[in-house]
Design a binder for this molecule. Structure first.
Ligand code: LMR
Length: 342
């Protein structure tokens, strides 16, 4: 390298300017478009696997014009930081849990945290794959974000160092929750003390006793090894945890149209993939927790589950401070859930 070029190179490095930002458009056009996809769970979960599926389809079908870098397990950012990073353009794609949209100013998403509103995936899909789901995603646009899809995970179980057969068993327990205010209400309704922690901090918090319990679908419980630090996982199935795939609006809309078309199709197929593996992943994870021999999986009878539903019932009213009543009623009407019948 000539001395003059070396000096220019050093200057650029010092100013922090990437080489691609100063190359001519022709050279720049040959650089792949990089999509950084950051998430907080393990690769062998529904979200982790779907992110890899999207990477594969996107890279193959654009013949290398797009490179998707997937960063699992909070490698790049933790919960709160990843949303800020998306808005700043430091990453281009995320799939945060629907319980984490409140800090973005989209607290309606917390409706998915309402206890016991979906009996199964078919009921959930009436919302995520119907007009209500679509209109919720639309609310993100004013925040500079586009919502591309909903990806399923599953129904949450509660864990602690004792079986949680009845809601009274949870009284006084410090329970880790995601940042949703509706989850806060839910824990208070059963007399537990909710504590918001980033997902990446949960294992250690359980291990050291900062919290004594938590809630998550089995796939997260197993892949984060919570079974090593919790003696019981009770099948409360009291709520749903799933995701919205979101992108930086400016970035996505600035993509060349042909690339965008391919990526939209890859996303549609990755969504089908995520939603086809979620149920089985969670069943397998439950079995794996059982087989670990370290954590007992506790089933609930119908009568026991009813006691949980009743204990959490005050949440539907309290939640109106987060989700408009009309929206909640529309959801209940669509899925056939009637909170007055509890
Ligand atoms: C959690 O924080 O418990 C979940 O949001 C993690 C995830 O993304 O599934």
């Amino acid at each position: 390298m000539q001395r003059r070029q070396a000096v220019i190179g050093l200057g650029l490095a010092a100013t922090g300017l990437g080489l691609s930002s100063v190359l001519s458009p022709v050279v720049r056009a040959q650089q792949p478009i990089v999509i950084k996809f950051s998430h907080v769970v393990a690769p062998n979960t529904p979200k982790g696997a779907a992110a890899e599926h999207f990477k594969k389809l996107a890279e193959e079908r654009t013949q290398g014009r797009v490179k998707v870098e997937v960063y699992p397990n909070s490698q790049l950012y933790k919960d709160k930081e990843e949303v800020e990073a998306l808005q700043l353009g430091s990453v281009q794609m995320l799939a945060p849990s629907l319980a984490k949209f409140g800090p973005l100013g989209a607290k309606e998403f917390e409706l998915f945290d309402l206890p016991y509103i979906f009996d199964d995936y078919a009921e959930l899909h009436k919302i995520t794959q119907g007009p209500i789901g679509k209109s919720l995603l639309g609310k993100l646009e004013s925040k500079g974000i586009l919502g591309l899809a909903y990806w399923d995970n599953g129904f949450k179980d509660m864990s602690a160092n004792k079986p949680l057969k009845s809601p009274a068993d949870a009284k006084g327990l410090k329970m880790r929750i995601q940042s949703s205010k509706i989850l806060d209400m839910e824990m208070r309704a059963i007399g537990a003390i909710p504590q918001v922690l980033a997902f990446s901090e949960v294992y250690q918090a359980l291990q050291t006793g900062v919290v004594n319990g938590t809630e998550n679908p089995p796939s997260n419980f197993y892949t984060q090894k919570f079974y090593e630090v919790q003696k019981y996982m009770t099948q409360t199935r009291h709520g749903y945890l799933g995701y919205a795939v979101i992108v930086n609006k400016k970035f996505w809309e600035g993509l060349p149209p042909d690339i965008r078309k391919i990526l939209d199709q890859a996303m549609a197929e990755s969504t089908e993939f995520a939603n086809s593996v979620a149920k089985k992943d969670n069943e397998d994870a439950t079995e794996a927790v059982r087989k670990s021999g370290k954590c007992e999986v506790v089933a609930l009878t119908t009568a026991e589950r009813l006691a949980w539903k009743k204990a959490m019932a005050p949440v539907y009213k309290q939640a109106q401070s987060r989700v408009p009543k009309a929206l909640m009623d529309e959801v209940f009407k669509t899925t056939g859930f009637d909170p007055t019948k509890l």
